[in-house]
Design a protein around this ligand. Sequence first.
Ligand SMILES: Nc1ncnc2c1ncn2[C@@H]1O[C@H](COP(=O)(O)OP(=O)(O)OP(=O)(O)O)[C@@H](O)[C@H]1O
Ligand SMILES: [Mg+2]
Length: 446
Amino acid sequence: MNRLFFRFFLLVMLSITLATFAIYGAISWLFGDPLEQNAARQAAPQIFLLEQYIDKAPADEWLVRLNKVREVSHVKLELIPLQQALTRLPTKRHLALQSGAVVIDAANKSFLRRVDLHGEKYVGSEDDVVLAQDLPIDLALAIKMEALRYVIVALALLIPIALWSRAHWQGLQNLSKVADEFGNGKLSVRANIKKSASIYPLAEHINRMAGRIQTLLGAQQHLLNSVSHELRTPIARLEFGLELLRKAAPDSKVETRIDAMQEDLAELNSLVSELLNMAKLDQQKNMRMLPFELIAAVQNCLTGLSHELAQHEVIIRLEPGQTIIGEQGLLSRAIGNLLKNAAKYSERQIIISSKHTAEGFDIIVEDDGPGIPEAEREHIFEPFYRLDRSRDRATGGFGLGLSIARQALHQHGGQITINQSILGGARFVMHLPKACIELTVSQTEI
Ligand SMILES: Nc1ncnc2c1ncn2[C@@H]1O[C@H](COP(=O)(O)OP(=O)(O)OP(=O)(O)O)[C@@H](O)[C@H]1O
Ligand SMILES: [Mg+2]
């Protein structure tokens, strides 16, 4: 936001500078160079002396008066040939000099003027030019005055703009904070902006949108939760009914059928449990963030998956003694889901490693399986999304594991990303924020 303000400030300054040059150019073009006019004002006494004292002398006294003035004045007065005078001036000013006008050369603190046009002052005077040098012209002062004028104009513009826009920046910063927190899952957050603020209508729209999203998500979670709960009872009744049926089964064919139905029911049961877990995760508000040892938690997951991992080579490259601060159950669940997938989809090798990063701490699970095509990497976190249907049917599962893992990471302020492993398969990276590895005072006391 500050960068935005800085850019705006630069833009205003640039416009004022351009406007300054444009004004200077336009005034010079229409009314003559203001700096030159200033110099002419400063040289006015010497011009006055030339026009009113020297020029007013009778023809034969003209040179005498010029010499008198030379004696008493600190300004250097010289007579130079017209041709030499012309070489001192840019071409566009030649006409003015030739027509007998006083031509100011502000940069050299001098002015030039022909003695006369008809050679009346002395023999050859029409070919001579009076050159007055060392005039008391102080252009620096004139430039300073011009600069001061533009600085005052710039300040007069910038101060009200800054005051006016400050209120906007503050409001926008407030909105950006709200959007951040909302995006991080704090759905109850709302923008608190004064009614008189100019961005109040925008804040109102955002608040209304946030309210609607919160209601929709709440309703969706409630539905998921209720349906899953409601399914539990008929499933239990069906399990009970099948047990009774098995006792009354007339032959082994019917028994095999009942076995298959019981397997389906068990699958349905675990789906309902997973859905309930997901709903619980969404509703979880106050997590118990406690320190736990990463290696021990990973070892626990591996023990739980010993059957699935029996044929695999699992390489552990974790930082020894690394402590994580978080809800152990949730993070173990996420790591477990990634390991379970690696077990399901890899050929043989799985590596679990970790590393400190500028943002926090990464836990990485990678394997030598088929990997995940780039186009699918965003989708596979969606609930029930599975890749190659035929392959996935053979491996079993509901397509909920990754969405649960991602949710667990979000609850900790982290995220999961996917890329390609050097083993050839998928590489899942769990990014945990710094808060999950740095002990605060209250956590140390626990
Ligand atoms: N390590 C992996 N290698 C290749 N594909 C993977 C890997 N992990 C996940 N996938 C793909 O992503 C899909 C989604 O994974 P997810 O864990 O959400 O569901 P699942 O494993 O199929 O089922 P569940 O985890 O619910 O038992 C999987 O079906 C699979 O196609
Ligand atoms: Mg899975």
